[in-house]
Ligand binder design. Structure first.
Ligand code: DGJ
Length: 707
């Protein structure tokens, strides 16, 4: 433990903490004024004294006129003009917070070292506990803050972020973010960080398709070279990051709960805990940065890292028109092809003939399933598959029995319209009665039926986010209380039904983040199932999120991209980048197509451990040329799999030499279908030659270790 968190105290009251991971160090100190200041974040240095020298190379002390402090958790009130982590109003209307260092503690949490630094407002007794959990093996530091009202009157918190990350003095910082929209989530954006403030945020109430709470900061790094600092926020409500650079070259990134329209009343003795903001440093580009996050997610965030099953879902074929017969017919074909889980999507409940009605009424539609779901579930079991179901628990159609009984259970303001999106309103999960009702409805479903998979959807952003019945002064807490309420339902359901796999979906990838990841095994990444577009989305997704969490279905050519005629091989191979699913009209497939699908699914099962649990190397991107290539290496190093995809090649076949990564240079490997044995060094330095011919050509290469 000592080796990961070390303290040296220059004077008894001024600690200097070195948080060590396997390859990095994060250093902070208390300065002469009692401020907790950032000192260093980067590769581990040889001597402890090196960190002080590293500091000396850049502006260090808090320079009042420059506006951006180097504080680990700046509070608003005195002359600093960057983004504060805390802004609050005290009962006497004082709006300036003063935070002075008052102590620290080193503890452990799940066997990981934790540094807790306590800051206190000397007059009002408001405390902030800065929490640093060190994840040595993945070179990450988790940060969060706990605000404790140690005074005797309420404090109104108006701005409470999880952390401010400070960066060393460099020239030419660049910012990477993930942006997009419905049907094209996770597009990588890369800009030179200008002087000023860049804001990445969601005010939609959920994570959003448009921006995702991950950032990368570098000075021109590639996948394999250059310094990269990165971070991701574990939160699924409205969030906000700022990246700020001043003319002195100081760069700070802050992040946490979005302060827009949000306040939290902290009564005496109460505390508020921010979401975790995890950050890391890689000395060798974005590849290691992503692999750190992937490993961390599998080990510390996801409910489990068991291999994910191949599933079938008929949404794109039947939409709301599911019934016993059509599900039975397609289930038989899916099982024959090797599918393991059969999932019914939207349309099985209430009066859900279309998206105008039914949300909120989680009972089986007897017109579609006259004898309930059990005959279909039994049939699915007889075929050797598990059964899954779609729900959208946070939403309600005004045309539902639930809404007619409880019109006040939604977000609303008196005297204002209740704007419907997709004909639905949002249930207010800040209310205990609503949470209890929804929990019970879901718990009953999972108890009555043998359901092993739940696709949890969320198909609108929020509006008129009102809670008129809230206790005095607490109505704006709805933003956070709502999502905490959702997490709470997940927690209870998981405890009662530990064998159920949950998938987070929000009209595609509108709720992909490390917050919901604690409760869900996987994400539905996009409603766009075009396999060529999926390559771009997978690349962006994998900057932050582990491949096994991304479910992709093989469907008929997708309407988002004009029904691009991608061959089945391309669709299956792109679907294998993560967790594979099938959503095609299988009953219309020819015997040859079914046989081909069966072969792909069987291959996928063979390599799934490598793809889902192994290390990912992004070798080529269609952002830079016609070729996309991804390599996975099994956790034991026994196998590596390379996927290559061609969009369009001019002037004949496209040839490339892929320099593999992550192999043992001394070990011997054999490529499937070839006799020659090659060393890891040869595969990584000499590479593997590939030739792809034609539009949407694709290839998979399996490499196995011989010794
Ligand atoms: C949006 C999801 O992303 C789709 O996969 C599907 O489940 C529909 N909702 C159902 O309404």
């Amino acid at each position: 433990m000592e080796s990961f968190i070390q303290i040296s105290e220059k004077e008894t009251d001024r600690p200097f903490w070195i948080l060590r991971t396997e390859h990095t160090a994060y250093v902070l100190e208390v300065d002469a004024q009692g401020w907790v200041q950032h000192v260093y974040w980067g590769p581990r240095l040889l001597l402890d004294s090196d960190y002080r020298v590293a500091v000396a190379s850049g502006p260090r002390v808090w320079e009042r006129p420059t506006g951006i402090s180097r504080e680990e958790f700046p509070a608003w009130g005195d002359p600093k003009y960057g983004e504060p982590c805390l802004k609050a109003t005290f009962a006497d209307r004082t709006r300036a917070v003063v935070l002075q260092y008052t102590g620290y503690e080193i503890t452990t949490e799940d066997d990981l070292p934790v540094l807790l630094v306590r800051l206190t407002d000397p007059h009002y007794g408001l405390e902030v506990h800065l929490h640093y959990r060190v994840i040595p093996e993945f070179d990450l530091i988790e940060r969060k803050a706990i605000i404790v009202n140690g005074g005797d009157q309420s404090v109104m918190l108006e701005h409470i972020l999880s952390a401010a990350w400070n960066f060393p003095l460099r020239e030419g910082y660049r910012l990477k973010t993930l942006g997009g929209m419905w049907g094209s989530e996770f597009q990588i954006q890369d800009i030179e960080l200008p002087i000023g403030q860049q804001v990445m945020e969601s005010r939609r109430g959920h994570t959003s398709h448009h921006a995702n709470p991950w950032f990368g900061l570098d000075c021109g790094a590639t996948e394999t070279h250059g310094e990269v600092w990165f971070g991701a926020l574990a939160y699924s409500g409205s969030w906000k990051f700022t990246a700020e650079r001043n003319a002195y070259g100081r760069v700070v990134v802050t992040g946490g709960v979005n302060d827009f329209d949000f306040t939290w009343k902290l009564d005496a003795g109460e505390s508020f805990e921010t979401p975790v903001f995890v950050g890391g440093f890689s000395a060798a580009g974005y590849g290691p940065a992503s692999r750190s996050l992937h490993g961390y997610e599998r080990a510390y965030v996801l409910p489990n890292a068991k291999p994910r099953p191949v599933l079938y879902n008929s949404w794109y074929v039947t939409t709301f028109d599911v019934n016993f017969e059509n599900q039975r017919d397609v289930a038989a074909v899916a099982a024959e092809m090797g599918v393991e889980y059969f999932v019914i999507d939207d349309g099985w409940f209430g009066k859900r003939k279309n998206d105008y009605a039914g949300l909120g009424d989680w009972t089986v539609d007897r017109d579609k399933f006259p004898d309930g779901l059990n005959p279909l579930i039994d049939y699915v079991h007889d075929l050797g598959m598990q059964f899954g179901l779609w729900v959208e628990p946070e939403m309600i159609n005004p045309d539902s029995d639930l809404y007619r009984a409880h019109p006040d259970w939604v977000f609303y303001f008196p005297n204002r319209p209740r704007t419907e999106l997709r004909h639905q309103l949002v249930l207010n999960m800040a209310r205990e009665d609503v949470r209890e009702h929804i929990f019970k409805a879901l718990d009953d479903l999972l108890t009555e039926y043998d359901i092993r998979f739940v696709k949890w959807d969320h198909n609108r952003s929020y509006s008129e986010v009102g809670w008129p019945e809230a206790p005095e002064g607490r109505d704006r807490e709805i933003w956070v209380r709502h999502i905490r309420g959702v997490y709470d339902i997940f927690r209870k359901l998981r405890a009662n039904h530990p064998d159920v796999i949950f998938e987070s979906c929000a009209g595609g990838g509108g709720r992909v983040d490390l917050g919901i990841m604690r409760y869900t095994e996987q994400f539905w990444g996009s409603d766009n199932t075009d396999s060529s577009d999926n390559l771009l989305m997978f690349e962006g997704f994998s900057m932050a999120y582990a491949p096994l969490t991304k479910m992709s279905w093989v469907t008929e050519p997708d309407h988002f991209s004009g029904q691009r005629p991608t061959p089945l091989a391309h669709r299956f191979l792109a679907g294998m980048l993560g967790s594979l699913g099938v959503g095609a009209e299988l009953t219309k497939w020819t015997p040859e197509q079914r046989a081909e699908g069966q072969r792909w699914i069987s291959l996928y099962k063979d390599i799934r451990e490598t793809v889902q649990l192994g290390d990912l190397y992004r070798l080529r991107s269609t952002r830079n040329g016609p070729l996309a290539a991804f390599q996975f290496v099994h956790p034991t190093g026994q196998e590596s799999v390379v996927f290559a995809f061609l969009d369009l090649a001019h002037f004949g076949p496209y040839r490339a030499c892929l320099l593999l990564q992550g192999l043992d240079p001394q070990a011997r490997y054999r490529i499937d279908g070839q006799d020659t044995v090659m060393s890891g060094a040869a595969l990584m330095q000499g590479g593997v030659q590939i030739t792809l011919n034609g539009v949407f050509a694709s290839q998979i290469i399996r490499i196995r270790r011989e010794d």
